[in-house]
Design a protein around this ligand. Structure first.
Ligand SMILES: NC(=O)c1ccc[n+]([C@@H]2O[C@H](COP(=O)([O-])OP(=O)(O)OC[C@H]3O[C@@H](n4cnc5c(N)ncnc54)[C@H](O)[C@@H]3O)[C@@H](O)[C@H]2O)c1
Length: 294
């Protein structure tokens, strides 16, 4: 019940949806929480709700897309609670578009929140945690979409960036006792409601509060020694997400010209091509073999 007693945690994008559920659960587990959301009214509503139930919470309406405002979110936590022991890098946006329909302004807006926002807030938190010397835990929010999904290229890329940040920061921050993991959730929120396809793929029982215990666990000392991991929680399923790796066979010759590259594909790589995307689509050159087998 008191797994987070004595901890001070920032949750970004906590005015609604997953962030709101995270903030409430973390406060119930004893954490003092900075409830951040660019929508000031919603941030205040979540904070007030936590206080009304005897928890500790303060609202922040700063945007994560501005490095000075992201720093201010972390500063608020240190000022109010004397430290920052956890960050849930949750604020995010999405939209669907085929590559030929993409709008540059929409692309930029998404990358600013989902990638720059995560970097600005994460680095501000890491700086404060390193300064305080007491370690900490950062939980990023990635997505199964990072494996590749139709009409979600920009969103998928942003969540792939979050996965790469997670592995990289986990390496950088281990010595300072700061753990960095990411979760890939699935839950009914505004993000899912606005897309018919997402709605079809999200059974009605997938509520944001079903993801909160995982985030709580990753912030608590009981997950000591767990870092650099991507963890997906989808209703009854909880699993790790495998990480990209350098795949054998690794062919070697002093110089690769186009002809030897073509030969490498014809003679070796054709048999090793990877199914791609979350749907694991078999590349055409391999498909003739796998479909023949079926
Ligand atoms: N819902 C899902 O199934 C699902 C799946 C995979 C990943 N995610 C990720 O989970 C996170 C939360 O999404 P959600 O589904 O709860 O969506 P949501 O739209 O319900 O909530 C996102 C919140 O982030 C806030 N926000 C947006 N821009 C911000 C900014 N610049 N600064 C501060 N706050 C900002 C919004 O005001 C909103 O309250 C996102 O990162 C999303 O990509 C969600």
């Amino acid at each position: 019940m008191d797994m987070l007693e004595g901890k001070a945690v920032v949750v970004t994008g906590a005015g609604r949806g997953l962030g709101e559920a995270f903030a409430i659960h973390l406060a119930q587990a004893g954490a003092a929480v900075v409830v951040n959301d660019v929508d000031a009214e919603l941030a205040e509503r979540t904070a007030e709700n936590i206080r009304a139930h005897g928890g500790r919470a303060v609202a922040s309406a700063d945007t994560v897309t501005d490095p000075a405002r992201a720093q201010a979110i972390v500063d608020l936590c240190v000022r109010e609670y004397g430290t920052i022991s956890g960050l849930v890098n949750n604020a995010g946006v999405n939209y669907e578009a085929s590559p030929w329909q993409e709008d540059p302004e929409q692309i930029r807006d998404l990358i600013e929140v989902n990638v720059l926002g995560v970097i600005y807030t994460g680095t501000a938190a890491a700086r404060a945690m390193v300064e305080h010397g007491g370690g900490g835990s950062i939980v990023n929010v990635s997505s199964g979409a990072s494996l590749g999904q139709r009409k979600l290229g920009t969103y998928a890329a942003s969540k792939g960036a979050v996965a790469s940040l997670t592995y990289s920061w986990a390496l950088d921050l281990e010595e300072a006792g700061i753990r960095v993991n990411a979760v890939c959730p699935l839950a009914h929120t505004r993000m899912v409601w606005k897309s018919e396809r997402s709605l079809r793929n999200c059974p009605p029982d997938r509520t944001p509060s079903r993801i909160a215990p995982l985030v709580l666990y990753l912030l608590a000392d009981s997950s000591d020694g767990i870092t650099g991991q991507l963890i997906r929680c989808n209703g009854p399923q909880l699993h790790l997400v495998g990480q990209p790796y350098l795949k054998a066979p690794i062919l070697e010759r002093p110089v690769w010209d186009t002809d030897s590259i073509r030969q490498a594909f014809d003679e070796v790589f054709s048999a090793h091509l990877e199914p791609y995307g979350l749907e694991k689509r078999v590349p055409p050159r391999l498909r003739k073999w796998t479909e023949g087998a079926a």
